[in-house]
Design a protein around this ligand. Structure first.
Ligand code: SF4
Ligand code: SF4
Length: 199
């Protein structure tokens, strides 16, 4: 198949790669990328991304600022580090995506959908309440953020999977697990907020 010709009307910001290099954590390593695609090929979330990391990195080099900053790629990355482990050139893919998400949001390119925000809120609620992630409660809270009807429907769609997990002992039933020292958890969270304010 012949690759489509570049769109001559497309505006490219040729300073964008330099901006990423200087402002995004790990961006200075982008020059090492040899476009092998090992990162995108091993990413479990790749199908949920507008562009896989390999393509996104090429777009950065090409100066496609608008497309890169408004992509959902950086927000959908789960920081599993699979790409980092497999990258033959030692490109810190995860760090780049994490910081790109932060920088894109700061520049006003927040995700168009609220799904990621709602999931992050559910995750954060569990983390600060229990000091752990309770998959059941995080999932339930996230589903309910779509409204009662849709949340219920999503829960029913995944009920079989949840029961399978319980049967295999991969999901516990009963009260959520909690860190032993909740006082220390509160102190850690207070410190994190203080550092965040300073930044
Ligand atoms: S695995 Fe590394 S070198 Fe290969 S495309 Fe991804 S970032 Fe580039
Ligand atoms: S860290 Fe992000 S980009 Fe890398 S494999 Fe995992 S989800 Fe994909």
């Amino acid at each position: 198949m012949t690759a489509p010709l570049p769109d001559s009307k497309q505006k490219y910001d040729l300073n964008f790669a330099r901006w990423v290099y200087e402002n995004v954590n790990g961006g200075d390593k982008l020059g090492l990328c040899m476009q092998c695609g090992a990162c995108s090929g091993s990413c479990p979330i790749g199908v949920q991304m507008d562009y896989g990391p390999r393509k996104l990195f090429m777009m950065i080099r090409a100066g496609m600022k608008e497309e890169v900053l408004s992509a959902n790629t950086q927000y959908n990355c789960t920081s599993c580090y699979r790409c980092v482990v497999r990258c033959p050139r030692g490109v810190p893919v995860t760090y780049i995506l994490q910081d790109l998400a932060l920088k894109s949001a700061e520049l006003g390119y927040a995700p168009k959908t609220t799904e990621n925000v709602n999931f992050a809120k559910s995750f954060w609620w569990s983390a600060k309440t229990f000091g752990r992630t309770d998959e059941r409660l995080v999932t339930a809270l996230y589903y309910m953020s779509f409204g009662l009807k849709e949340g219920y429907s999503k829960a029913m769609d995944n009920l079989k999977i949840a029961l399978g997990f319980i049967k295999k002992g991969r999901m516990h039933i009963g009260m959520p697990h909690m860190v032993k020292d909740r006082k220390q958890l509160k102190a850690i969270l207070a410190k994190a907020r203080e550092i965040e304010k300073r930044q």
